[in-house]
Design a protein. Structure first.
Length: 70
């Protein structure tokens, strides 16, 4: 059986999908409409709410830089 390539979505697409849910739409409905697996949309929602997606990205120090003393 031939392997299906993994779909790649832009960050803008992910944020737009998340914003539809944040505006009150049901995740299952949004996922179906956009042709995305519902679990994938839930992952994007979690990333967005955790600040790892979209404008909510936080600047985090790389662990190798965290212990620098001046």
């Amino acid at each position: 059986m031939e392997r299906v390539p993994k779909a790649k979505f832009t960050e803008e697409f992910k944020v737009a999908a998340v914003q539809l849910v944040e505006a009150g739409r049901r995740p299952a409905e949004v996922a179906r409409e956009l042709g995305v697996v519902e679990q994938t949309l839930h992952n994007w929602l979690k990333a967005y709410r955790d600040g790892r997606l979209g404008d909510r990205k936080s600047t985090r120090l790389n662990s190798s830089h965290a212990n620098i003393s001046y």
